[in-house]
Design a protein around this ligand. Structure first.
Ligand code: GTP
Ligand code: MG
Length: 150
């Protein structure tokens, strides 16, 4: 089992896509073990996007990500990091496949509705930025035995 950090970005919240995004992870068999809505402030945005601070698009990204509430999640499952990335689709709109979240709902490099961690290490770091240990829940679903073979 693996954990990843997922965020519905401000455009996804504004467009009413929170439910659709969560539904896709649930029907795929991934398990939601943390969930909250928050408004990201500049400090958190800089910590979360620390690798992008020097990039030319950072001021625009900072403005966007702090502009309206987001929904933060911890998602658990087999190869959760890569599975979520695959379900999200590519950053480049011309490469985002139909059937992926970005490929079905977006056509823009910045307004791309969802974030998902790109590695297990970054997932752990990002979960720690957004959630206290108590806010990440350990529980079993009865259905899990019909979704994941032993
Ligand atoms: P995230 O899951 O949001 O991290 O997306 P990603 O991993 O597919 O992309 P990356 O980490 O390279 O970039 C982080 C975010 O910065 C993207 O999701 C975009 O919102 C934004 N971004 C990246 N590249 C560009 C760019 O060239 N122009 C603009 N305006 N925004 C960009
Ligand atoms: Mg990224």
């Amino acid at each position: 089992m693996e954990r990843t950090f997922v965020m519905v970005k401000p455009d996804g919240v504004q467009r009413g896509l929170i439910g659709e995004i969560i539904r896709r992870f649930e029907t795929r068999g991934l398990r939601l073990i943390g969930l909250k809505m928050l408004r990201i402030d500049e400090g958190l945005a800089r910590r979360h996007y620390r690798d992008h601070i020097e990039k030319p698009f950072f001021p625009s990204l900072l403005e966007f990500i702090t502009s309206s509430p987001v929904v933060a999640m911890v998602v658990e499952g087999k190869a959760a990091v890569q599975n979520v990335r695959t379900m999200m689709g590519a950053l480049d709109p011309t490469q985002a496949q139909p059937g992926t979240l970005r490929g079905d709902y977006t056509n823009d490099k910045q307004l791309n509705i969802i974030h998902g961690s790109d590695s297990v290490e970054n997932a752990e770091r990002e979960i720690g930025l957004f959630f206290t240990p108590e806010e990440v829940l350990d529980y079993e679903r009865t259905l899990d035995r019909w979704l994941v073979s032993p």
